[in-house]
Design a protein around this ligand. Sequence first.
Ligand code: PEP
Ligand code: MN
Length: 241
Amino acid sequence: MQIWAGPCAIESEKQAMQIAKEVARYEGVIFRGGAYKGQNRPIVKGKPCFWGLGEEGLQILHRIKQVFGIQVSTEVQSVEQLKLALDYGIDYLQVGARHMQNFPLIRALSYVQRPIILKRGLGNTVDEWLGIAEHLRANGNKDVIMCERGVSSFDRTNDTRWRLDCLAIAEIKYQYPHYKVIADVSHGTGRRELALPMAKAAKGAGADGIMVELHYDPDSSPTDGRQTVNFDQFKQIMESV
Ligand code: PEP
Ligand code: MN
């Protein structure tokens, strides 16, 4: 299993370094962290929403690579951001759920020779998702990693946000065993205590990897704190998958 772990958002160099240090303790784990964030509303809990550090976040990711010798992954939302991410040597380029059908971005990424993590759109079918993967491969990029991150559902009982669709993982692995599919057990559950059982479920469904949001103090995180695991919970996930 390949693991991606790190904060939802890069908040500062100090915060990112502290989490990267923990990630680096586990061999082969890739550090993830958002430099560009999107938010559902401009005001969150009475405060202006956090858009991410932008280019400064990419610089911090670059430093993490140098300091810890680990690979890094981040979301790009536009062609401009993609160019910057390439300049800073980002190893994995993430397409966010809301950008799965951002066609200018998808076309630009199809010419890039770097692995791409393609998140499934919140309300997109497996077929639509696979279609975008085909677009990404059309111009020679062969390294597309499908990331199931939960889909919209009528049922958000107890703050589960989206529902991790393990059936989609099993279906893709059945139809296209050579496709890489990973499960984002943070966005796919909405609650950190559900990340471990769903990581096991995703592995059972055939997932090749797991993405999880990680923080030393998840509740202090400006974005996605509720679904972010702490260091102890991460250790448990690493031990079981
Ligand atoms: C993220 O990975 O932090 C993120 C914004 O994910 P998604 O695009 O799946 O909502
Ligand atoms: Mn997030």
